[in-house]
Design a protein around this ligand. Sequence first.
Ligand code: SAH
Length: 513
Amino acid sequence: MEAKVFLVGAGPGDPGLLTLKAVEVIRHADSIVYDRLANHEILELARDDAELVDVGKRPDRHPVPQEEINRILAKKALEGKRVVRLKGGDPFVFGRGGEEALFLTKMGIPFEVIPGITSAIAVPAYAGIPVTHRNTSSALHIFTGHACAQRTEDIDWRIVAKLDGTLIFLMGLRKIDKIVENLLVYGKSPETPIAVIMEGTTLRQKTVCGRLSDIMEKVRSAAMKNPALIVVGDVVNLSKDLDWYEKGLNRAREREMSGKRILITGSLSEEDKDTGMRFLPQEVALLKNEGAEVIHCPVLKISPAYHDLEELLEKIECFDWLIFTSKNGVESFFAALGKKRFDARRLKNVRIAATGARTREMLEEHFLFPDVVPEEYTSLNLLEMLEQEKSVGNVAVVTSDIGGEELISGLRRAGFCARKVVAYKNEPNYEKRDRLVRELDRGIDIAIFTSPSTFRSIQVLAGESIEKIKSARIAAIGPTTKKAIEKEGFKVDIMPEEHTLEGIIREILKRGM
Ligand code: SAH
């Protein structure tokens, strides 16, 4: 792929408002240069080895100057990287995207612009304010509040105050007194409706509506904070009837899970990454509906390993059983079949077992319908079932570098000749360390572990912050994970009957906080 800079709009906050094209380039980027993003979840779409450069603030807490950002973009592109310059909202709406594009042109560096959903329109929409409305407002004007400090400079208030359309002020919260004063001085009626919306499209969105005459007081008593924007005009009145989003948030806030922070540590599987749109299973949406804040921080790096698999495939006719312990193992197995141009008909004499529901589903997606899957999904139950089958013989356990020990020793005790086939490696994902520590330090109410290795990784990555997990309720996917966590001196409070992530979430919702 050609080195290039993509100037990408990240939308106003809700990750669902990313464009498909933005998702695509974020997933393939070598380097992502971002600043004050409303939602860091978006960065989870990046490749694990992508370089993430925060130009929002330097160690001295001042923002990185524009010239330096330009230099960073150019340098990375000249190194041959695909660079994503990610900006809140739309890159060309008060985003300085134009300056960056001009600089890149001057340097002869190719770029593309991927427009984003601008906060100027989407945030009012989430507050139930259509920026234009038949018979109410037939024009839309977007201003920057930076230019509003003076009475006449930059913005000609005589003209602005006469405009009939909707006025939107970005970056205006700190200058709101000047904005209101100027509009009144130059002729807007004190009765003109005005709204201030903070952290729009996020779970923390808050809107204050009033009139030019009373908004200052209302903003002060509501402790409004940035990022916030201001909407002036009759369309503001529509929010009384159309306030769909905050109404939903408020309903959720009355619920038991309101504001609870739930940490999910498992990885997204490859096929979820492929669709790009599904961040986590649907059940996560149920948690969010109940008011919970879901923090997805994948602490494991999973990489396929082919050495053992290739050996296995060469001698596949010598094996009586293939046992798969996870969907990752199944994925690597089929990747290895492809790599070796292995004909599926050679699998006809080997019997197949899976330890869990997900593993079975993944096998079935490849048209292998396992002969044995225990009803309660654990290694030990599988062992019992195999013993009942009274079959002995050669077994290959397709698993991770650190998995399968219990199952393999059990199989050996039962008279099988069991062999471990390492199909993928599990390593702590060091790129996620900073974010993990930050999230743990902010406090966690429930921590979900979907394998012993996710717990081990979090121990490695979190350092002292692991103590924060002690005050959280811990959920483990099944008995093996539970045992591994308890061995480290942590108490497991939740273990679902169905050993899947969805099962855990349903159990949490059933029990409440
Ligand atoms: N390019 C961005 C705007 C950048 S200027 C866009 O198109 O949206 C930054 C200003 O945008 C903030 O000061 C605030 O006025 C507004 N803004 C951005 N995100 C916002 C949000 N989630 N809620 C309210 N205002 C927001």
